[in-house]
Design a protein around this ligand. Structure first.
Ligand code: TRP
Ligand code: SF4
Length: 521
């Protein structure tokens, strides 16, 4: 998840969606977006995440979320990938899961609380909830010792429990102790190669092998909830983790036994070509009467209306073969037995070829379901591509980014409540130079780290309160001194309460079934 750590050098280099970012220290244009899980870049412009990386806007499905969390209502959760799949399961009471992970590199802080809250909310909505300690990653990618890892892991877990995670319903694990997870990582690793990790993460000849292994371990984390059966899974993370999400989605697909596509004839086409074939088919069918539409006629049609020479050649080669819409199952990773079982399972009119089978009666959706069903019966995983939601990073209290290594920039969940109070009191604000100007122009709540504290944490579920702070601020009725005093007091109360709950959770943690002391050294 988003650990606003800046122990790695900042990277400013960005590329387009097809060529993920390399950590090359800023060679490309400075206003490109960088998504680097181990870097320290803040995400300057969320807009670009939509355009360049295909993250979708959360706002567009907010109405479909049953009693949305305040982080959703306030736009803190701003983006997603295929979250609708999870919502649908939620609404229909079908199995679904939530999972996120934490690198135990320091104290849990208010940025991590966002993710704790997201996991807990999904658990309360009835999803299977998983939270993991990414200790292999912390050891490999950040050089943490096992003793340090144990200390931090404990702190993360206590805060997670104190905020309401139910360990009896959900599962907690640490990567290093989970053999099943590591075995899954090994299998997934067979579907990714070095060049790909290089392209996605900027790995090079100096990258150590354990760091690479921590990537496949994270891939396994993300797919772990689906080991007993395929189910929609949401991964709540900061946008810096999106490269991991994209790779996991790819690997989930690459592991599948069969690929379902639409087709019109025996030869393979891409999506663009299929659109042309659909058009040709619809147009020719009208005149064809009882006769089938032939590929050679479609060749003429396409040649006349479009520039697609390869497609025309394929159609000409197919000659008299009928052109007919169908759903195709391609054999991707299936065993011979599984392919045969699939052929057997396809009902209605079908045609079997070398490496694929075409069905003339199934819809794409039914074919997808059937392919997954057969795969699971035949011992495959049948993974659904995992979904994700993305939250904004909090601004540091001192302006700039929130960083674990700058204590004044963030509030640790372990900070003494008085220290928390003081940090808020000395935070930068979106206020004007003088009280007079502030009354006249209003404050800039949108640029104010203190307002963020209200919206992300202090106002909790009370939308009316968050709105009141905002309106009073921009309306010039609220002055920063009093506003910070109020926020600081609320922060002190929050920390007192949270730390009390942490103490009460000690016992719960002992019984939560997660190893607290590593035997590693
Ligand atoms: N890489 C994440 C981080 O930097 C931690 C992590 C490990 C994780 N496995 C995960 C996050 C699975 C989400 C899902 O903090
Ligand atoms: Fe920020 Fe409050 Fe000042 Fe507005 S009044 S700028 S919210 S500190």
């Amino acid at each position: 998840m988003a650990d606003h750590d800046d122990s790695d050098p900042p990277t400013d280099a960005g590329t387009d969606a097809e060529q993920p970012t390399a950590t090359d220290g800023g060679a490309a244009g400075a206003d490109d977006v960088v998504l680097d899980p181990w870097g320290s870049s803040t995400v300057e412009d969320y807009r670009k995440l939509f355009d360049q990386f295909g993250i979708e806007e959360f706002d567009e499905l907010l109405d479909e979320v049953p009693n949305p969390h305040y982080l959703m209502r306030r736009g803190v959760i701003f983006g997603h990938r295929e979250y609708r799949r999870v919502l649908e399961a939620m609404r229909n009471d079908e199995p679904a899961a939530v999972l996120s992970g934490f690198m135990p590199t320091g104290d849990p802080h208010i940025g991590h609380k966002l993710v704790f809250d997201e996991i807990i909310w999904h658990q309360q909505q009835g999803l299977d909830a998983y939270a993991l300690i990414a200790d292999l990653e912390a050891h490999a990618a950040r050089g943490m010792t096992w003793a340090e890892i144990d200390d931090h892991a404990r702190d993360y877990l206590l805060s997670l429990l104190a905020l309401g995670f139910d360990p009896e319903e959900g599962e907690l694990y640490r990567q290093s102790e989970n053999r099943v997870l590591q075995d899954l990582g090994f299998e997934l690793g067979a579907k990714a190669n070095y060049s790909e990790l290089q392209a996605i993460y900027g790995f090079d000849g100096e990258t150590d092998v354990s760091h690479m292994q921590s990537v496949v371990t994270q891939m396994a984390d993300i797919l772990y909830p689906q080991l007993d059966e395929p189910k929609p899974t949401v991964i709540p993370v900061g946008p810096d983790q999106d490269p991991h999400v994209r790779l996991a989605r790819d690997l989930a697909t690459r592991m599948r036994f069969f690929k379902v596509t639409e087709a019109y004839a025996s030869f393979e086409t891409d999506a663009g070509e299929r659109a042309l074939l659909a058009e040709a088919y619809d147009s020719l069918r009208e005149d064809a009467g009882d006769e089938p539409v032939r590929c050679e006629d479609a060749a003429e049609y396409v040649a006349e209306h479009h520039h697609a020479p390869d497609l025309v050649t394929s159609l000409e080669n197919a000659g008299m073969e009928p052109l007919r819409p169908r759903v195709r199952f391609l054999d991707r990773n299936a065993t011979e037995g599984a392919f045969e079982a699939l052929i057997e399972a396809v009902e209605g009119e079908k045609r079997v070829y070398e490496g694929h089978v075409d069905s003339f009666d199934l819809s794409v959706e039914d074919a997808e379901d059937l392919a997954r069903e057969v795969e699971v019966q035949q011992g495959g995983y049948g993974f659904l591509p995992p979904s994700s939601i993305y939250h904004r990073f909090m601004t540091g209290l001192t302006g700039g980014k929130m960083s674990s290594s700058v204590p004044a920039s963030h509030i640790s969940l372990l900070d003494d409540p008085e220290v928390g109070y003081d940090k808020v009191k000395s935070a930068t604000t979106g206020g004007r130079e003088t009280a007079e100007l502030q009354r006249e122009l209003g404050g800039e709540a949108d640029k104010c780290p203190v307002y963020e504290l209200y919206a992300y944490l202090l106002a909790a579920d009370d939308d009316a309160f968050a709105k009141e702070v905002y309106d009073e601020c921009v309306g010039g009725e609220r002055l920063c001194g009093d506003c910070k005093e109020q926020a600081a007091t609320l922060m002190r109360e929050f920390l007192e309460d949270h730390q009390e709950k942490r103490e009460e959770c000690e016992e719960l943690l002992e019984e939560a079934g997660i190893m607290l002391e590593s035997t590693r050294r």
